[in-house]
Design a protein around this ligand. Structure first.
Ligand code: HEM
Length: 472
């Protein structure tokens, strides 16, 4: 049994200060950038001591392949965090569940029942309806600058929450607001992440008390939502929402382990969190990149307008939007989730010639892999054409491009997320021309990021919608 202290051959890393180790080197605004800079100095597999947490940072496709493919089984666990214990009912959601039978079972239910291609299709009508509201808003602001983030986030939140909770759930807005408060609270820099074994921090920072309070409020609403779903008489024409599916599986499924109400509440919260910010962030970056690259915008608009014959983009149209799909791919390369959900290895092992003691926290810097100069030409430029005739897909087979992660822990919401992203982007290209406010040039757009609930442009994009006629 080796530990970070006794291991002889840990990966290299920056010098450590007493008690804090390397915490002072972490950048809160854009951690993926500062970790890439450190990796260039200390190596693609790097050891950081973050308070009490021994951490390995992986920064190249070759090493990501080693972690998420060759040794995926050993690295398929997640670390225990205070916030996942409190908010996600003892980490019983998919993303934070320990690797094992329980996780395997709920991930399977989600992949087969909740987020399958067929189920995702059945929610198409929700996307259509919600888009009508976005159009209304954009038309009412025609030719005046708007902040693009607002209508996009609202639409994506509505799509995900309607698919999860149903069309008529009274508590929908309330739970969305509370979930947002919850995410904001635990995304702010918190020492618990780095000193999990120092219980006195509870008292010193007051954070744990604040989290418990938010959790209790959220729990009351989730209880109500379960009760409402259980007591509802359902007709055969009703759309089965994701809570209905979970309750059905709980009652009648052939399960190795029964799922409790707490487990279901954890999964509902997961849908509302994992399912929303990643999709709206992708849409916002795609539009931002196209505003900065007017030639790309023109080409994508021309494609959408040539392919779509009706008033609305259909699913069949989307299959033919080859260039627009490349634009979204390139957006995910540069602006996907930059650092994957942390992993933890169950057993001592060797990676890249270095010892990794069991229970080390592993951070895969997916953004560093996606901008690795040995894998990509002009890695920091936005060039959708680079994916033309390329076989690189979303399934995590090529580790220079892992916007949905890879291996056993790959994102199960890919179909659902991409369904929303492609549909919204295509419609925005079809029905509007977009201009920058007076005097602003494409190169003036600030592409710096800020990491909060997700990684977004530091200043939300302001643009002017010019509606085209929708009478055809
Ligand atoms: C464009 C949209 C999306 C992007 C870019 C995205 C990206 C990711 C990434 C990078 C991971 C981490 C994978 C890893 O650690 O290897 C992940 C995990 C996850 N995502 Fe997504 N996601 C998206 C949409 C969604 C949606 C719509 C849902 C559900 C409604 C969802 C549910 C999850 C879950 C449950 C996990 C945890 C999987 C596990 O630990 O086994 N995601 N996602």
């Amino acid at each position: 049994f080796i530990t970070a202290k006794t291991a002889k051959n840990l990966p290299p890393g920056p010098p450590k200060l007493p008690i804090i180790g390397n915490i002072h080197l972490l950048d809160k605004i854009a951690p993926h950038r500062n970790l890439r800079n450190l990796a260039r100095k200390y190596g693609p597999i790097m050891h950081l001591q973050l308070g009490q947490v021994s951490t390995i940072v992986i920064s190249t496709p070759r090493l990501a392949h080693e972690i998420m493919k060759t040794q995926d089984l050993n690295f398929a666990d997640r670390p225990t965090t205070t916030t996942s214990q409190i908010f996600f009912y003892k980490a019983s959601n998919i993303a934070w569940a320990r690797y094992g039978n329980y996780w395997r079972q709920i991930k399977k239910i989600c992949t087969l029942e909740l987020l399958s291609v067929k189920k995702t299709r059945s929610f198409f009508y929700i996307r259509e309806e919600e888009l009508t509201h976005v159009f209304k808003y954009l038309d009412s602001c025609a030719r005046t600058p708007i902040i693009m983030r607002d209508p996009i986030q609202e639409m994506v939140n509505n799509v995900v929450s309607r698919a999860t909770l149903g069309d008529i759930c009274k508590d929908r807005q309330f739970i969305l607001d509370s979930t947002y408060a919850m995410l904001k609270s635990f995304n702010s820099f918190n020492l618990f992440n780095y000193y999990p074994r120092l219980n006195f921090l509870n008292v010193v920072t007051g954070k744990k008390g604040e989290w418990m309070k938010i959790h209790k409020e959220v729990d009351v609403i989730l209880e109500r939502i379960l009760e409402e779903h259980r007591s509802r008489a359902r007709g055969s024409q009703d759309h089965e929402d994701l809570v209905d599916v979970l309750l059905r599986v709980q009652a009648t499924g052939d399960l190795d382990m029964p799922i409790t109400d707490d487990n279901i509440k954890a999964i509902i919260l997961e849908m509302l969190t994992a399912g929303t910010s990643s999709s709206s962030m992708t849409i916002e970056w795609a539009i931002t990149e196209m505003m900065r690259n007017p030639k790309v915008m023109k080409k994508a608009q021309a494609e959408v307008r040539a392919v779509v014959k009706g008033k609305r983009v259909t699913e069949a149209d989307i299959q033919n939007l080859n260039y627009t799909k490349l634009v979204i791919k390139e957006t995910l390369r540069l602006h996907g989730v930059p650092i994957l959900v942390p992993r933890e290895n169950q057993e001592d092992c060797v990676v890249g010639g270095y010892d990794i003691p069991a229970k080390t926290r592993i951070l895969v810097n997916a953004w560093a892999c996606a901008t690795d100069p040995d894998s990509w030409e002009h890695p920091d430029s936005f060039i959708p054409e680079r994916f033309e005739n390329s076989l690189t897909g979303y399934l995590g087979a090529d580790f220079e491009f892992i916007p949905f992660g890879g291996g056993r822990r790959i994102c199960p919401g890919m179909n659902f997320g991409m369904g929303t992203v492609e549909y919204v982007v295509a419609n925005l290209l079809l029905h509007y021309d977009w201009k920058l406010p007076g005097g602003v040039k494409p190169d003036d757009i600030d592409m710096r990021e800020i990491t909060g609930i997700s990684t977004l442009p530091i200043h939300p994009l302001k643009i002017v919608p010019v509606p085209l006629s929708r009478s055809n």
